[in-house]
Design a protein. Structure first.
Length: 407
């Protein structure tokens, strides 16, 4: 296959693991449970009088499940590909893959598609649930196809981004943090464009059309609309598909080009050079004659007092009573590049603050009944910050233990 033996091995061995069947069963069950819950809520609060009520329910549920599936699949795709490559680095098995006859494309694309296999299986498991929604009316199979096409390309783009970042960075926490921040910045930048932050028509394109052409969330909502006259949807949806496909190809080409330059990293090469130098020194010392060593020892024994040097007390850092916490808080345990992640997070928090200030200025704090969501408008900008914070805290907690375990 064009993706090489890495993906072929995963394709053969994945059905032997129970989690492959567990993931798709749980995912399909959750979607079906949401659909049944929505139906019970609807029938318990109002009376179904005609086919129009059924069709309206089907369309509303479809426009809820589509963005929900996109959010779940995009984050799982990005984090699964990033963690898969980072795990190879932690276990020092990526170097073994570089020593094989695999070319760059087989290595990069093989790891990418083997990591996305779970995501693809989840999408296939959710397809019958979405097809079942067609029975309610209000939606058609072309709408389902467009939503799944947008979701699939978004998953490929997010997975390619996570895989490339993992091949670039050495530390696992850096990889996961950059991946999560990158995805959220992508969505926030598109929402800023839609809010006319860059003008009503940046580059001569209407702000809403440009945001829909770049934002996966807006694209999947646009793809679920029933008014499209073409099979691939509106022109903005088609532009999004082209932009996402181009981004995926560009990121993978970059990873294929730089994979053997980024790996092994400079830290690994420095450690290997130090080990080689130590081995060479020990070999040279073994070549010194025994007689010369004996004479030197005798000479040093006669002048011990004259050659004693008073060692200077070296300054050292005071370690806390909890040395593990001290290492995490006061040392560069996750590399010096972590400062850039902190700055990116602060920039992200500042942009959220500006969004809240803009919402207050525009007096957009409306009730959930008026907005159609369970949160007031002023609270919506804070939601991405909470999600990214939870993802980063979880990634930090997991990598702290797994790094020690994997050595």
């Amino acid at each position: 296959m064009f993706v090489g033996p890495v993906f072929s091995r995963e394709l053969i061995t994945a059905p032997r693991r129970p989690k492959l069947f567990l993931y798709r069963s749980v995912y399909a069950s959750v979607l079906f449970g949401v659909m049944c819950t929505a139906w019970l809520v609807m029938t318990g609060t109002q009376t179904i009088r005609n086919i129009d009520d059924m069709a309206r329910f089907g369309l509303t549920l479809f426009q809820i499940l589509g963005p929900l599936q996109l959010a779940i699949v995009a984050f799982i795709a990005a984090l699964s590909t990033a963690s898969a490559v980072a795990q190879e680095k932690d276990r020092k098995t990526l170097i073994l893959l570089l020593l094989t006859r695999l070319n760059n494309s087989e290595l990069v694309l093989g790891k990418l598609f083997s990591s996305l296999l779970q995501v693809l299986v989840m999408l296939l498991a959710g397809l019958p649930v979405f097809a079942f929604l067609v029975l309610f009316g209000g939606i058609s199979f072309p709408q389902v196809f467009r939503v799944f096409l947008v979701t699939l390309l978004t998953a490929l783009a997010a997975g390619s981004f996570g895989s490339t970042v993992a091949l670039w960075r050495e530390k696992t926490f850096q990889t996961l943090a950059i991946t999560a921040l990158g995805l959220v910045f992508w969505l926030l930048a598109c929402e800023a464009i839609a809010a006319n932050a860059f003008g009503p028509a940046p580059y001569g394109i209407h702000a809403l059309e440009l945001a829909t052409s770049l934002s996966p969330m807006r694209a999947v909502i646009e793809a679920s609309e029933p008014m499209s006259t073409t099979f691939l949807g509106s022109p903005t949806t088609q532009v999004f598909l082209l932009v996402t496909a181009a981004f995926t190809c560009a990121v993978n080409v970059l990873a294929i080009w730089r994979v053997r330059i980024w790996n092994p990293s400079r830290e690994v090469r420095a450690g290997q050079n130090a080990a080689d130098a130590a081995f060479e020194d020990s070999w040279n010392m073994a070549d010194v004659s025994t007689e010369s060593t004996r004479r030197a020892d005798e000479a040093r024994a006669q002048h011990v007092d004259s050659h004693l040097n008073v060692s200077q007390k070296q300054p050292y850092r005071q370690v806390w009573d909890n040395p593990v916490l001290w290492r995490e808080a006061c040392t560069w345990a996750y590399g010096k590049k972590i400062i850039f992640i902190k700055l990116a997070y602060l920039l992200f928090a500042a942009s959220i603050s500006l969004g809240i200030a803009w919402t207050i200025q525009e007096q957009a704090s409306v009730s959930s009944a008026a907005s159609g969501f369970g949160l007031p408008q002023i609270a919506k900008p804070v939601l991405p910050l909470f999600i990214v914070s939870l993802v980063m805290v979880n990634a930090l907690a997991v990598t702290t233990i797994t790094t020690e375990r994997d050595g």
